[in-house]
Design a protein around this ligand. Structure first.
Ligand code: NAD
Ligand code: TYD
Length: 399
């Protein structure tokens, strides 16, 4: 039986990963370590923590004693480090917290894993490790910086590599706004305090691999969306505001491009990297779905308006008449400082080596996400109680 230590699993992606793993494997044990910051919510994993295959530990990834205790109690096989401060806008307001959690926390997790897994030294003085262990760092495409947007209208993207083409079947909707993509060898060039902290974390993970031969992988994914997404990020914030008839704040001209990845596709990729990723390697995980923010916002408006008309019983979720769900809600607000123009991932290496590709087309994923939100308003209300209102006012009041 494999034992996993999953940090940050009361947050968006970590929770979806745990749900996916528990439904896929009977014979696993997962220890969740989460500090329950504003972004962590026990309600998100309430069924999972009642499962006999799961143990929840409240704690900080920076806490050496707490993390070592977990390794002493459990013979952990895989560490998956999701825990992080994850919102760019918050990193602009309070960069130091990002350095503490994202960099020092990562180093602490690595160090504790190293100590628990070391068996001795080889003839060159490098540590040797128990078999089958791996530390996986969940990173981001933002470490690569920002790409140029070369086209106003998206162009069809044709995959030419035959091997990749074989894997990426069933996706005929792939398009792009530019000529360049992030590959695993793109130089690291972070531009926000958030991405700088994630890059530093990646570098310390790499240093543990080079210096101590620690068995690691790094995955760098694009923007995720799906169930349990905290409503400070674009898509869940827009859905929430539409249902309440509130203005939809679009930064700048709304022309920045992100590559949207359905969260379950991401969970599958992490599982594959843990099982089959070559030790020491970085794997890019993208959605094959580049879109401008303004088009995302319009599509979400259109989809909600359509669902409300097709299934009027959903109108009970609305705080305003259905006629108000239209583009008049869009409000252009002051731009984010240092706003990265475009992210676009080339996941060919992951496709070629692991047989993974993002299966969920955006039109399918966004409908699932919206329906999940409509059906889970209790969850949205719960996570948006507390400090959320204060955050919203501070972030958007004078924009
Ligand atoms: P999230 O903000 O939704 O959740 C973060 C979780 O980490 C929360 O449960 C929080 O309580 C926990 N946490 C924060 N600080 C902690 C600490 N010091 N100790 C223990 N737990 C702590 O984040 P997410 O969107 O699920 O992102 C997960 C990971 O994926 C992050 O590392 C993020 O950088 C990366 N990532 C996210 C996206 C995305 O689109 N959301 C894209 C690329 C990469
Ligand atoms: P976000 O979800 O914060 O993810 P990231 O900054 O990591 O890409 O933002 C996605 C895009 O949407 C980004 O270009 C900023 C923009 N955005 C808005 O226009 N309005 C908003 O209220 C938010 C939160 C984001």
């Amino acid at each position: 039986m494999k034992k996993y230590l999953v940090t940050g699993a009361a947050g968006f992606i970590g929770a979806n990963f745990v749900k996916y793993m528990l439904s896929k494997y009977d014979d696993i044990y997962i220890v969740i370590l989460d500090k329950l910051t504003y972004a962590g919510n026990l309600g998100t994993i309430k069924n999972e923590i009642e499962d006999s295959r799961v143990e929840f530990v409240l704690g900080d990834i920076c806490d050496k004693e707490k993390v070592s205790e977990i390794f002493s109690k459990h013979d952990i096989d895989y560490v998956v480090n999701f825990a992080a401060e994850s919102h760019v806008d918050r990193s602009i307001t309070n960069p130091q917290l990002f350095l503490e959690t994202n960099i020092l926390g990562t180093q602490n997790m690595l160090e504790c894993a190293k100590q628990a897994w070391t068996t001795g030294k080889d003839s060159n003085g490098y540590p040797t490790y128990k078999d089958g262990k791996k530390y996986l760092q969940v990173s981001t495409d933002e470490v690569y910086g920002s790409l140029s947007k070369d086209y106003d209208q998206p162009q069809p993207l044709e995959i030419t590599d035959e091997e990749v083409k074989q894997v990426v079947k069933g996706r005929t909707d792939i398009k792009t706004y530019g000529d360049k993509y992030f590959t695993e060898t793109t130089p690291l060039d972070p531009r926000s305090p958030y991405s700088a902290s994630k890059t530093s974390a990646d570098l310390i993970v790499r240093a543990y691999n080079e210096t101590y031969k620690m068995p690691i992988n790094i995955t760098r994914c694009s923007n995720n969306y799906g169930p349990y997404h905290f409503p400070e990020k674009l898509i869940p914030l827009i859905i929430k505001n539409i249902l309440e008839g509130k203005k939809l704040p679009v930064y700048g001209k709304g022309e920045n491009v992100r590559d949207w990845l359905y969260v379950e596709d991401h969970a599958k990729a992490i599982d594959m990297v843990l099982n089959s990723g070559r030790v020491g390697e970085v794997y890019n995980i993208g959605g094959f779905n580049e879109e401008t923010n303004i088009n995302i916002v319009k599509l979400v408006i259109d989809t909600i308006a359509r669902i409300m008309k097709e299934e009027p019983s959903y109108q009970s979720v609305l705080k305003v008449p259905v006629e108000m769900i239209n583009y008049d809600l869009i409000t252009y607000v002051g731009d984010r400082l240092g706003h990265d123009m475009r992210y676009a991932i080339d996941p060919s290496k992951t496709a070629r080596e692991l047989g993974w590709y993002p299966e969920t087309p955006f039109t399918v994923g966004i409908e699932k996400t919206i329906r999940w939100n409509l059906d889970n308003q209790d969850w949205v209300e719960e996570v948006a109680s507390g400090d959320y209102q204060k955050y919203y006012e501070q972030m958007y009041k004078n924009r």
